[in-house]
Design a binder for this molecule. Structure first.
Ligand code: 4AD
Ligand code: MG
Length: 431
């Protein structure tokens, strides 16, 4: 193919090239027109001079018009990516209507950008976080498959078995109420008896009334379930997985992290060090001693407490053994410390909160029923789940990772909505 990408042209540095893409910026002077051309790979400054035979056509160009061009490359330190293309041929594919998003970067309100999200996806920063997203998805598949995990799918429409905490979206299913899934976990636990080690990356839905920079109503959930794994095995696997994701993003998305102005020092640190593992009790002690925050035993850690706690570490940190009473029904009691559950959360540094929640799974039907009742759940909704414990029950563990939470941290985004192309939040369901 004759056309090369903008990045390939920048790498080539000299000679004649054929490029195609969109007019990202445009500056029309009396005797020159500057075009910044963008494609999926990068941007390059291009110039058309008055004496050129393309001058007349070039004057018709508008922001986001699509074009094919040929020209000669030359180094130019003042150009945004260091090179300039002197255009000798211009073929207009489409003249864009007046672009509704102001290009000169004055303050653009987040609401405006969300209204125009279908166009804003073209912005280099959005483009960069979307590319990081693509690397993250691939890295999860790579890691899980390299460890012998099978990809396994659970239904999105579920009959009601759910996490106790967050609430569910109701769907009219031929006149019956069904719910959008919050987790594949309960189906995965059934699948575990067949495949032993399984994973998925799929949408999860949470009808939480939280308007924070960390919550989406629809997010992508990477979940893992493994036969014979105990809490330590599970934490080792989580650390390996997230480190693999970071490594891949550092390798593959250097340019994108630069566009996002992400200082990668903390990511480099995170892959070098072993991540601390502390218990909930130790977390309370640290918060009291180092942050003057007194939390009474038995209360869940709130965002503010997680944030203060993670300030004490320069890598993600595992917090284990939360109080049993405030945990989901399936997290088993720790025999040595029965007030706590055999579970963990992985908390990100730099204020990005909980990346992963996971636990061993309770295999004791009586305990499970007791916990379900204590949580005010209808035990009959969990019949199939309890059945899994009746036929060859074994120890097993699993976790869920919020893919957009990880992307937000890796890219140091201000808001989780920029980690997903078309965000769904309490305040936003269009476009
Ligand atoms: O801690 P959660 O609720 O755990 C579960 O759903 C388990 N059933 C997972 C499992 O063991 N298979 O959710 C897991 C992760 C959280 O740590 C967080 O990263 C992410 O999902 N998450 C959200 N991400 C974006 N928006 C939301 N509203 C989220 N709620 C949870
Ligand atoms: Mg959680």
């Amino acid at each position: 193919m004759r056309f090369i990408s903008v990045q390939q042209a920048l790498d080539k540095k000299r000679g004649t090239v054929d490029l195609r893409g969109w007019v990202y910026q445009l500056r029309k002077l009396k005797d020159k027109i500057f075009i910044v051309l963008r494609d999926s790979s990068n941007i390059i400054q291009c110039i058309i001079e008055e004496k050129s035979k393309t001058w007349k056509d070039a004057n018709k160009l508008t922001i986001e018009s699509s074009i094919e061009i040929s020209g000669i490359l030359r180094q130019d330190k003042r150009a945004p990516t260091g090179y300039e293309l002197l255009i000798s041929r211009l073929n207009i594919i489409h003249i864009a209507e007046k672009y509704p998003i102001p290009v000169r970067k004055q303050y653009l309100s987040p609401e405006l950008l969300l209204d125009w999200r279908h166009l804003w996806l073209r912005d280099p920063k959005m483009q960069s976080s979307l590319k990081v997203r693509s690397t993250v998805f691939r890295a999860i598949h790579e890691y899980c498959r390299s460890k012998g995990f099978y990809e396994f799918q659970s239904p999105i429409l579920t009959s009601g078995a759910a996490e106790a905490g967050p609430s569910q979206f109701k769907v009219d299913f031929f006149g019956k109420p069904l719910y959008l899934t919050q987790t594949w976990q309960f189906y995965a636990e059934a699948g575990m008896f067949s495949l032993e080690k399984l994973y998925t990356i799929a949408p999860s839905f949470r009808a939480e009334r939280s308007k924070t920079s960390r919550h989406l109503a629809e997010y992508w959930h990477a979940e893992v379930e493994a036969a014979w794994f105990n809490l330590d095995n599970l934490i080792d696997f989580s650390e390996g997985l997230v480190k693999h994701i970071i490594k891949r993003v550092l390798e593959k998305n250097k340019h994108e992290l630069e566009v996002l102005k992400r200082d990668t020092k903390s990511l480099q640190t995170a892959i070098k060090k072993k991540w601390p593992r502390i218990t909930y009790d130790q977390a309370l002690k640290l918060l009291k001693e180092k942050k003057k925050m007194k939390i009474s035993w038995g209360k869940d850690l709130r965002t503010i407490e997680e944030d203060r706690l993670t300030e004490l570490f320069d890598t993600p940190v595992f917090v284990t053994h939360y109080p049993k009473e405030i945990m989901a029904f399936y997290k088993p009691r720790d025999k040595k410390n029965p007030k706590t559950a055999r579970c963990f959360d992985l908390l990100a540094p730099e204020g990005y909160g909980e990346l992963i929640g996971g636990s061993e799974r309770d295999t004791n039907i009586k305990e499970l029923i007791k916990s379900l009742k204590a949580a005010g759940e209808k035990v009959e909704n969990y019949k199939f789940y309890l059945d899994t414990r009746r036929y060859g029950s074994i120890p097993h563990s699993g976790f869920g990772l919020g893919v957009e939470r990880v992307i937000s941290w890796l890219c140091k985004l201000e808001h989780i909505r920029d980690a997903i192309p078309f965000p769904r939040t309490m305040a936003r369901y269009k476009p």
